[in-house]
Design a binder for this molecule. Structure first.
Ligand code: NAD
Length: 354
């Protein structure tokens, strides 16, 4: 099964390592280096099987190719999944990360990594002990730290552009915005939406977290199982992927879907389902690029914070362009965004610092 999956993939390379001491599978998927070395996070998670983990890594790596191209970064797409049997902590985690770092280092710069679900800047510090192809180490270790706030800022710009497209003005006051998943990105997004005058609703399977953020910004807390059917202007998925599918889309009561989660569409046909339901969809790999713009901009390309902020605002401009083209051509916003990214795969890329 693993062999079939690898052979059928349209990416460039898959590195497979079984880590005996922790009973974990490591899959490094390099999807494309056409724009530069492959960049993508390291996700640590428990899966039902190694095949499922590899499938996830492949999908995420392909999405990174689109994300880097849409963001006009001189990088290709890749991703690592470390499929663990359960939580790995303490020295066991450190040793696993050091062995993983050695593996990344052996790729000679073809793959650069950073944090993702269940990995942190502290984990990047450990990887950085053995390998220089890593971003988002903690500032004490010379890195740019947590990219979450910048991802949130990019999503905020994307929501404003989407609101302008649907309602004619990007004024958020009184707009009802549901943030599903108030973790690193979602909590900051909820803060910004509230500060801009939106009526924010929050939902999270971690009830305590949802409650405390709800109290802080005066947001109503929605039980996780009710989130999809809530009436709102903007639904911002900031938890896990796949929340948009044949079963959930008919139940959505929003005008816009715009959030940070990766791979929000369960299958390509969901983009058309959203269009037919009259819902504007902000393609995830466009709207959630704030973190990569910040991390690689800061660490690899020498961008200043002002220049990064301009690029985060540019996420809104890119979405506006996608919405206009999609409407003119009668296409989904997803197909239009993919076409934009693909057109950039063949073009010369920006030189560092440009
Ligand atoms: P996080 O783990 O800090 O937060 C996720 C939150 O979602 C947690 O509070 C969790 O309890 C909640 N959650 C999980 N399942 C849920 C469910 N079914 N219903 C409601 N809440 C649920 O993650 P994050 O860093 O904030 O990232 C959020 C999403 O954005 C992820 O999909 C991630 O891949 C994507 N993303 C993050 C970044 C970044 O810079 N952190 C960049 C790009 C994309």
């Amino acid at each position: 099964m693993l062999e079939e999956l690898i052979r059928s993939w349209d990416g460039e390379e898959v590195v497979v390592r079984f880590d005996q001491p922790t009973d974990s599978w490591i899959f490094i998927c390099i999807h494309s280096r056409r724009r530069g070395p492959a960049g993508g996070g390291t996700r640590m998670k428990t899966y039902s099987s190694p095949t499922e983990a590899l499938r996830d890594a492949m999908r995420l790596a392909a999405a990174m190719t689109l994300k880097m191209a849409a963001a006009d970064l001189p990088l290709g797409g890749g991703k690592t999944v470390i499929a663990v049997p359960g939580p790995i902590v303490g020295n066991e985690r450190r040793d696993l990360l050091l062995r993983y770092a050695h593996l990344v280092d052996s790729l000679g710069g073809n793959f650069h990594t950073g944090p993702d679900i269940n990995t942190t800047p502290a984990d990047m510090d450990v990887i950085g002990e053995r390998c220089s192809y890593v971003v988002c180490r903690s500032p004490e270790h010379g890195g740019s730290g947590d990219p979450g706030p910048y991802t949130a800022q990019g999503v905020f710009h994307g929501i404003k552009a989407s609101v302008r497209n649907v309602f004619g003005s990007d004024d958020l006051s009184g707009r009802v915005c549901l943030v599903q998943g108030v973790g690193d990105v979602g909590s900051r997004l909820a803060d910004q939406l509230a500060a801009a005058g939106a009526q924010v609703l929050v939902s999270d399977i971690a009830a305590e977290r949802a409650g405390s953020i709800g109290n802080r910004i005066g947001a109503e807390v929605i039980p996780p199982d009710d989130a999809i059917g809530v009436e709102c202007d903007v639904y911002a998925p900031c938890a896990l992927g796949g929340t948009l599918n044949a079963e959930t889309i008919p139940r959505l009561r929003c005008r816009i879907v715009a959030g940070s989660a990766n791979n929000q569409l369960a299958e390509p046909a969901d983009a058309r389902r959203l269009l037919e339901a009259g819902i504007l969809y902000a393609p995830d790999f466009v709207i959630n690029a704030g973190g990569v713009l910040y991390a690689w901009g800061r660490e690899a390309l020498g961008w200043t914070l002002d220049s990064i902020e301009a690029r985060l605002a540019g996420i809104g401009d890119t979405l506006r362009e996608i919405y206009t083209t999609a409407a003119a051509e009668g296409k989904t916003t997803e197909a239009t965004a993919e076409a934009l990214a693909h057109s950039r795969l063949d073009l010369p890329v920006l030189s560092p610092g440009a």
